[in-house]
Design a protein around this ligand. Sequence first.
Ligand SMILES: N[C@@H](CCC(=O)N[C@@H](CS)C(=O)NCC(=O)O)C(=O)O
Length: 206
Amino acid sequence: MIDLYYAPTPNGYKISLFLEEVGLPYTIYPVNIGTGEQFKPEFLAISPNNKIPAIVDHQPADGGEHISIFESGAILLYLANKTGQLLSKDVRERNQQLQWLFWQVAGFGPMLGQNHHFNHYASEVVPYAINRYMEESRRLVNVLNTQLEKTPYLGGNEYSIADIATYPWARCHEHQKINLNDYPAVEKWLEKIEQRPATQTAYNNG
Ligand SMILES: N[C@@H](CCC(=O)N[C@@H](CS)C(=O)NCC(=O)O)C(=O)O
């Protein structure tokens, strides 16, 4: 059984998308990041960077005591290794998938997150920051579009943890003030992932 420390945000959905896709049983422990629950000592013991998502696996592969993990990319990689699913065993495709997973956690997520912040939450209007993060977000969506013009999924022919990591952020394109008419390959890919039963269940969970 997996405990999932979660809030319904793009980073939170990454893990429920994976768990629904592979059918691994899990229990959601909601963390209200609006009221500061991420700073409680018991949560910090699992996720010292005070951010969701985090998991605790009570049945690790080595049969030893539970393992806790924070950082969505590390969690997805752990779960893919544990289940043998959603990460190719072919060395070339696996490498492609891992590149795009790291691209998402290092760039796509953080930059779109800043774009969202300066467009919607900043206590003052900072045109330099709005322009900088808007431009960077557009550049990254264009990189995504260019890749998806070449392959059906981000890391090649198969749906993988690279798509799972990127989808919840790309799905928020309206909040990012990004018009998908300019990125048709991204639009087609989003529609394809949206239709997966696991995606619908993950988003219906909260
Ligand atoms: N690099 C982290 C980012 C996680 C993250 O930014 N989580 C946000 C919600 S989407 C959070 O928990 N924020 C609470 C806070 O910063 O106090 C990951 O990929 O897991």
